[in-house]
Write a protein that binds this ligand. Structure first.
Ligand SMILES: [Fe+2]
Ligand SMILES: [Fe+2]
Length: 358
């Protein structure tokens, strides 16, 4: 195994920058989803190593962390020939500490700047503007902060506690209705939070309409808040990109259901139902969805309902690049997805969905 001459410099940054240093000879089958920055030494690797590295970068579960490739003349040519330099930082041997360290610091600083910022002032004014929804918004923000910002890989997962903490959202949507909830949530400064809170409110409003039991409303709240937990592994510049995603970005984005499953796998408290919701919510009845192209009966009723709430919410969201859709138009669009979503279930939810004023 080849040693990188700058290992000392790299190791010195471990604690602060969570740097992964991976010689090609030690590549795992899956890239590290939690790495902040990855440095790969490309000098002298054989064809098999290149092929494996290629899979590793461009597979659906491919690397999302910034990448530094260390190359010499020969490996540089091979890297360029395979297009592996796309989006990567190339550093040429002989490697100087004065070139590697500033680059790592620069990438680390950029990562920090991209990290999701919780803005207490923005939240306070949001609560003040929507006093009737404030308690529900606070409860939702607290759960989502845990999911997207604080939840560590080793922590147990407590769905019961999330259901309990969602009580304020259940009350709020039950008392003031979906339309006012949507109006309030559309003013959220974070697009992923906005989406999860809209999905949760939509599910709960349907649950209230169908007179579901309190325990089932808790399950709906957990499903709505958690379904996109895998987006915690998607870079914010892809999640919040104000324009169409490139092919590679789309592949990264579509990795979020399995990224979520990976986050939950083996965690105490992650029930089969939660894992199913996280994994299957982008599946379609005709097999055209992802990640497993499930069909018909392979998709549970709960997932079908979540998918309806998920699509409806995405259409109703306010984004920098698109105005929210009107409720009737959103329902019409979903009705046109005849083979893909459960039309009988959609019809049962229409009285709730069409109640939202634009
Ligand atoms: Fe999703
Ligand atoms: Fe979603």
């Amino acid at each position: 195994m080849r040693e990188c001459p700058a290992t000392d410099t790299v190791r010195a940054l471990d604690d602060e920058a969570q740097l992964s240093y991976l010689p090609i000879s030690r590549l795992e089958r899956q890239p590290p989803q939690t790495a902040e920055i990855v440095v790969a030494d490309m000098q002298g690797i054989d064809e098999e190593g290149f092929a494996r590295f290629n899979d590793w970068r461009f597979s659906p579960r491919g690397l999302v962390a910034p990448l530094i490739l260390i190359v010499d003349d020969d490996s540089r040519k091979r890297v360029l020939r395979r297009g592996l330099n796309e989006g990567a930082n190339l550093l040429k041997r002989p490697l100087e500490k004065t070139t590697l360290k500033p680059l790592i610091v620069q990438l680390h600083t950029a990562n920090l700047a991209r990290a999701r910022k919780i803005q207490p002032d923005a939240r306070d004014s949001h609560y003040a503007a929507f006093p009737e929804q404030a308690e529900g918004l606070k409860a939702g923000n607290a759960v989502l902060d845990d999911i997207f910002n604080a939840w560590s890989a080793n922590e147990a997962f407590d769905a019961d506690s999330i259901a309990e903490r969602s009580a304020a959202i259940i009350e709020c949507v039950g008392q003031t209705g979906l339309s006012d909830w949507v109006t309030a949530v559309r003013q959220h400064h974070d697009s992923t939070y906005q989406h999860c809170l809209l999905v949760t409110g939509t599910l709960l409003s349907i649950g209230h309409h169908l007179k579901m039991r309190r325990s089932d409303l808790g399950r709906l709240a957990v499903g709505g808040l958690l379904h996109d937990i895998g987006k915690a592994d998607i870079p914010l510049d892809i999640l919040d990109k104000p324009s169409r995603l490139s092919e590679h970005e789309l592949i990264v984005m579509r990795s979020h259901p399995l990224a979520g499953v990976e986050r939950l796998a083996g965690k105490r408290g992650a029930t089969p139902e939660i894992i199913m919701l996280v994994r299957d919510h982008h599946e379609f009845l005709d097999g055209s969805g992802y990640p497993n192209r499930l069909k018909g009966d392979e998709i549970s009723d709960f997932v079908r309902l979540l998918t309806i709430a998920d699509i409806y919410s995405a259409l109703m969201e306010r984004r920098a690049y698109k105005p929210p859709m009107r409720a009737d138009d959103a329902i019409g669009l979903m009705a046109s997805m005849r083979e893909q979503i459960d039309q009988a279930l959609l019809a049962a939810t229409v009285p709730v969905l069409r109640d939202v004023r634009t």
